[in-house]
Design a protein around this ligand. Sequence first.
Ligand SMILES: [Fe+2]
Length: 500
Amino acid sequence: MFAASAFLPARAKGARSAFSSYPFTLGVASGDPSSDGFVLWTRLAPRPVESGGGMTPAPVEVAWQVAEDEAMTRVVRRGKEIADHGWAHSVHVEVGGLKPDRWYWYRFTAGGEVSPAGRARTLPAAGTMPERLRFAVASCQKYEIGYYTAYEHMVREDIDLVVFLGDYIYEKADSSAAVRPHGLPLALTLDDYRRRYAAYKTDPALQAAHALAPWIATWDDHEVSNDYAGSVQENPEPGDPAAFLRRRAAAYRAYYEHMPLRRTAIPSGPDLRLFRRFDYGRLARFNVLDTRQYRTDQPAGPRLQPAGPKLADPAGTILGPEQLTWLFEGLDQSPALWNVLAQQVLMAPVDRMPGPAVVVDVDKWAGYEFERQRVLRHFLEGGTANPVVLTGDKHTNWANELLIDSNDPAGTPVAVEFLGTSITSGGDGEDQPDYAGTLLAENPFVKYHNNERGYIHCEVTPRGWRGDFRTVPHVSSRNAPLLTRASFVVEPGRARLNRV
Ligand SMILES: [Fe+2]
């Protein structure tokens, strides 16, 4: 158990602060682990939600330490980085040379101030078969709509990783349902996005979840703008796409500045390479996808459209050709027993219309049906071992079996999909067994649906993949208890969800 006291800031003995006030207001984070290291992150921001974070433009030297023990007495790596004004005084350290498959603790110091401590874990060595991996799947944490009670529960879990699947921030101004308004306007500029991340990151439960374990994160649409597709925003305006690409560049830069990402993710204008892979020994390979940056525009028309040839246009792509080739290579060369797609949007082509008509949401994989089938067919024909799709975005919990032709009642699923609900987005939810019953009757490949907030706890072993849907009954007030609403087990060699 990671002691809560480790999160408390402390001033180095006898030191006078060089800052107007405590600079580590946004906490610390680790991420993108390898078998010999991970990325450490922090950002200096004495007045976090102000423009400039309360910093002068001068660069600041930040020292870091990695230790083998929580008390930070056995320091095994240390170094210094420059926190630069041009990058919002953020710090990204790529630590290497560590031992595989073990916990480390870390902290930063700058100008006489000491950051909270965080905990990080290296991945198991390549070629080994770990006994077990435990991790949480989270997404969609609209700040103003609720409290991060789900994270307060998550930090009591014994997990090795957090996999975050997008909507870390929301770009719009406070909604009318805000229970804790941040007071910030629609995010359009770099300064707007920076202030939005800062407002979110002041939350103590979010900071604790980052300090608990490394995060593997990807984004969805709201890190930039609702439902955008590549260079096209939801409601194009005069001057698009050039104006939108400038906005995207600002949003992507702020994303990099606030997440524990490697140098490979340093943005170049409106481009940021976020798709990447992680091997948890031979137990699991995580292919982390970006279904926003390279997709073609959603099929013209309303969000819900009849399934059919228009949605299966071979010219439509949700991954883009480069990422698709990269994914297939990663599947074909995988040493792993479980092959994970950690990604954003619903892959099962769920029919939203009762009766014989099939109506699907074209912002999801169903709007890119040609590529959806191509990926599923590749699982089958390429012999991908045990594909598991992890999904965010929908603010509800789902467990789905994925078929190439979802209308074939005799079809055999080729993969399973665990879709995790939101941390807060959507506000208070409720378990809706009647609605879920209708949905499951319409879509036999959907095995579970629930409309509450929370996260998925996954336990992966050579013998099975277990997903527990953890929920909180409310987020508009504090202290919600944690429930485990449903649990499913997948056995190796059989893409079926078994409720336990
Ligand atoms: Fe969302």
